[in-house]
Design a protein around this ligand. Structure first.
Ligand code: RB5
Length: 152
């Protein structure tokens, strides 16, 4: 699975923890590409959110991981990119449902909200989950219809 990962300076440590976790876990073979940032210099999370979300929307990556202080700014920004469904998940149940029910290609986490061990567990649940289809298909299609209505 090709995954694009990015963070702002608030989540630099968490990004490194997650990259190591992705390389070590044996659930899914993951090839992670790091879109930055790479230092603790102040940065603007929408820049990284756009770069990752656009690469996922172009089909270059199956999924994306975006990390900031809360996970919220990254999700809000990523969801502005056409075709993207990004979900902030700080618990295992939400991470599973973000895939199974919402077919969210991008998960966002907040380094100031979640500890590194729970973040790894949440990501493992997300990696192990896939869109369930069925009754959720129509609902996800309706989300995308809302997007079409407002994006010209
Ligand atoms: C810091 O810029 C902080 O606002 C950011 O990491 C994130 O929490 C935004 O949603």
């Amino acid at each position: 699975m090709k995954i694009a990962i990015g963070c702002d300076e608030a989540a630099l440590d968490l990004k490194e923890t997650i990259k190591t976790h992705l390389a070590k876990q044996d659930q899914v073979l993951v090839e992670a590409t790091d879109f930055g940032v790479y230092t603790t210099e102040p940065s603007d999370y929408p820049d990284i959110a756009a770069a990752v979300a656009e690469a996922v929307a172009r089909g270059e990556f199956e999924r994306g991981i975006l990390l900031c202080g809360t996970g919220l700014g990254m999700a809000i920004a990523a969801n502005k990119v056409s075709g993207i469904r990004a979900a902030t998940c700080h618990d295992v149940f939400s991470a599973e449902r973000a895939q199974k029910s919402n077919n969210a290609q991008i998960i966002t986490l907040g380094a100031r909200v979640i500890g590194p061990e729970l973040a790894k567990t949440v990501l493992s649940a997300w990696l192990a989950s896939a869109f369930a289809g069925g009754g959720s298909t129509r609902k996800v299609e309706k989300i995308m219809q809302i997007e079409e209505k407002y994006h010209t």
